[in-house]
Write a protein that binds this ligand. Structure first.
Ligand SMILES: [Zn+2]
Length: 147
């Protein structure tokens, strides 16, 4: 596969450049597809999706975004198991709280130090689970100033 990164075409929110013609969401879909043949990556599914969502706040209501960040930080700081995370996430996402905005807001630009493109690496599945871990670490650190 031709590995091509287009730095002129970046996501306005997470800052990820287009890679192999895929925008950041397309890159996320590829990474989720890799989970089928990578148990370590599958084990970090929560982190992959949470990192991506945290870097796209305009898709969510402010309350939902803050709620997600809180669960994320708690899970990270206390190294919660997938089971505990699920329990917290369902508490957070059940009920009448609206999560997604009906009409996306304008992009909320933050200067993220790492984006999904650095996990996707223009289509390199090897080591992706470790890169997700690195990504969650960067986001946890930056959330201190963004929350
Ligand atoms: Zn993006």
């Amino acid at each position: 596969m031709n590995k091509e990164i287009n730095y002129n075409n970046r996501c306005p929110e997470c800052g990820a450049p287009e890679a192999n013609g895929l925008d950041c969401r397309g890159q996320l879909e590829q990474i989720l597809a890799w989970e089928q043949s990578d148990p370590d990556l599958l084990g970090r599914h929560f982190w992959t999706v949470a990192c991506f969502n945290i870097q796209h706040p305009s898709s969510f209501t402010e309350e939902a975004w803050t709620g997600l960040c809180t669960v994320f930080c708690e899970a990270y700081d206390h190294q919660l198991s997938v089971f505990d995370i699920r329990r917290k996430v369902s508490t957070w996402s059940d009920g009448p709280v609206r999560i997604r905005r009906e009409v996306p807001a304008d992009p909320i630009v933050r200067d993220w130090a790492m984006a999904i493109s650095e996990v996707y690496l223009a289509g390199e599945p090897k080591g992706a689970a470790d890169r997700v871990l690195a990504w969650s670490k960067v986001i946890r650190k930056q959330l201190v100033e963004f929350l």
